[in-house]
Design a protein around this ligand. Structure first.
Ligand code: SAM
Length: 268
């Protein structure tokens, strides 16, 4: 009898096993399989105002952070061939800056999962006459549609914390990097400067969503962005994830009092 009861119970149990895999979406716990759609909705809402919002929220600082990233990418000033893959590249900012800093042989590929962000990026490339130098590809960071070892450098700026399976995305970015190529990740971090931390907290949770409401008409996407920053692993924990993906000589440097970290690793 006991056998019959446990057999019936096994038929009615959820098919995913005892517990469905969960992750966080900002401060909310959600099924892992739901996160990408929630993230896509955020960037669908903000795409048209994304670049303006970056300037307003960071008081223009994101430009300096991205310039530091481009300096680390170090594209050749000569006409030598050089290929950059910018994952979660959105509206193309990092790619445009890289091309501007480089010689004629440099090409950039922007890979992003959100069609609205890509469409703004394509318009910007057309306006700048950069159609040939920058290519936009609809792609998920967890399953990059590129051959192994096909890029000289791979970057991801303010994108990795939005990806549901960070370990899978890191393994993919390592896979498409050529031997000797450099991986660079720009991401928000943790402010540890006394005084600045309280101010930053106040600004993030009150001012940023208010700017979002005024400019995009909705505070919610910006509440998510701020919460997702707080949930992102600390630099040393992220460094361990990079090593687990196969990256070597892993390091990071903090900028602006720890608001942002620039992580670096090599495929050797
Ligand atoms: N890198 C750009 C920049 O710094 O301006 C855009 C950063 S924006 C905060 C985050 C981007 O990550 C969005 O364009 C979003 O569509 C993209 N994204 C989120 N999940 C992704 C995924 N799984 N694969 C590729 N891109 C993703």
């Amino acid at each position: 009898m006991r056998i019959a009861v446990s057999y019936v119970a096994s038929l009615t149990r959820p098919r995913y096993g005892r517990r469905m895999r969960e992750t966080h979406f900002g401060y909310r716990q959600v099924p892992l399989s739901d996160k990408q759609a929630l993230v896509d909705d955020v960037f669908h809402k903000v795409a048209r105002r994304y670049d303006l919002m970056n300037d307003l929220m960071s008081a223009g600082l994101h430009r300096a952070w991205k310039d530091a990233l481009v300096t680390a990418i170090n594209p050749p000033k000569s006409g030598r061939d050089f290929s950059l893959l910018d994952v979660a590249g959105g509206t193309g900012d990092v790619s445009f800056r890289t091309i501007a800093a480089a010689g004629t042989g440099t090409r950039a590929t922007v890979a992003d999962i959100n069609a609205d962000m890509l469409s703004v990026g394509r318009e910007r490339a057309r306006e700048r006459g950069l159609d040939d130098a920058v290519t936009f590809v609809d792609a998920n960071a967890e399953a990059l549609p590129f051959p192994d070892r096909s890029f000289d450098a791979v970057s991801i700026a303010f994108g990795i914390r939005n990806v549901p399976r960070i370990d899978v995305a890191l393994a993919e970015m390592h896979r498409v990097l050529r031997i000797g190529g450099r991986f660079l990740c720009l991401e928000f971090s943790n402010v540890d400067v006394p005084g600045l931390d309280a101010l930053y907290e106040l600004y993030s949770f009150n001012v940023v969503p208010a700017i979002g409401r005024a400019v995009v008409g909705d505070a919610e996407p910006y509440r998510y962005l701020v919460e997702s920053i707080r949930r992102f692993p600390r630099p040393n924990a992220f460094a361990d994830m990079m090593r687990a993906a196969g990256l070597r000589r892993v390091s990071h440097r903090l900028m602006s009092g720890g608001i942002v970290a620039l992580h670096s690793g090599w495929r050797l």
